[in-house]
Design a protein around this ligand. Structure first.
Ligand code: FE2
Length: 299
């Protein structure tokens, strides 16, 4: 009897040691795999914007825009491949090539989306400046569908977020400063934000397009703060900022959310083409829809 008790005790000790070593190895595993994978997707049209950020340790999913309404199936497949829920969804602005898929998926996924970050534009702010190509029906549908939602969070210039070890700083959002530089409210109200994790940084410019706003950001925050390893080119690379803006921010690589047909077309040689040539001349890799899905590890 005494021997049986001893062997049970031994078994318990061995099991505890095994459990402890499992816990230690799990914590080491978690630490070693806490990186984030950022993915740029082809968002469906000749231009559009859709990115995901997935934490390799805990599966947390952040989506940035989502592309056109017709891109909803692609966004859905990304959500489903990552557990079927979205922890954070950042919408830069309300044009259909950015917000269409979100609108299309909201009825099905609204209970599975924890937080939605938006630029604080209101319909009254937008309406006087609405142009025919501003897809106002997309903004209207967003407002209508989310009017009772409690998880729509407007962000403001200067806000800081700490999402599971990602540092996110907001440098542009709808406010009075926009109108000092441009009446293209729909694009220039875009959330502009910089994400830092470990030694990797990414600057998202959304569809901010006004040269004056680019200058304002540089004057207000400075090149050291805004510098990023990867830059999502503003307004799909439409060259309204002087190339000195990109030169000063000194990115290693550039994301251009458009097809190569558009980026290299004769028609846009003085628009998107300016940035394409600048990247080529400076040996800066460009990632367009042609190379999507393209992954970057933030570590
Ligand atoms: Fe766009």
């Amino acid at each position: 009897m005494k021997e049986a008790v001893l062997s049970v005790k031994r078994m318990i000790i061995i099991l505890m040691i095994l459990l402890l070593s499992l816990l230690v190895s799990l914590s080491v595993f978690t630490e070693a795999n806490g990186e984030w994978i950022l993915t740029q997707y082809d968002a469906g049209g000749s231009v559009g914007m859709f990115y995901s950020l997935v934490n390799q340790a805990n599966g947390m999913l952040i989506l940035i825009d989502g592309g056109w309404t017709s891109n909803a199936e692609q966004v859905k497949s990304v959500i489903e491949a990552n557990g079927g829920a979205v922890n954070y969804w950042i919408l830069t602005h309300y044009h259909e090539d950015h917000c269409g898929a979100f609108n299309a998926l909201w009825p099905e996924y609204k209970e599975k989306i924890e937080n939605v970050y938006v630029t604080p534009l209101t319909w009254n702010d937008f309406e006087p400046y609405c142009r025919e190509w501003d897809t106002p029906e997309t903004f209207k549908l967003f407002l209508e569908q989310t009017k009772d939602a409690k998880n729509i969070v407007p962000l403001h210039r200067g806000d800081k977020l700490d999402i599971d070890s990602l540092d996110i700083n907001i440098y542009n959002a709808w406010d009075d400063i926009i109108l000092l530089h441009s009446t293209d409210v729909a694009n220039n109200c875009s959330l502009v934000f910089r994400i830092q994790y470990g030694n990797t940084s990414v600057l998202f410019l959304g569809d901010m397009v006004a040269e004056g706003l680019a200058d304002f950001l540089l004057e207000t925050y400075g090149a050291d703060i805004l510098h990023a390893d990867y830059i999502q080119a503003g307004h799909h690379g439409w060259g309204r900022y002087p190339m000195s803006f990109y030169q000063t921010l000194n990115p290693k690589e550039i994301f251009l959310d458009a097809t190569d047909d558009l980026l290299t077309s004769e028609e846009y040689k003085n628009a998107h083409g300016i940035l394409v040539r600048w990247c080529q001349e400076n040996g800066i890799p460009m990632h367009s829809f042609k190379t999507a899905p393209y992954n970057v590890t933030l570590k």
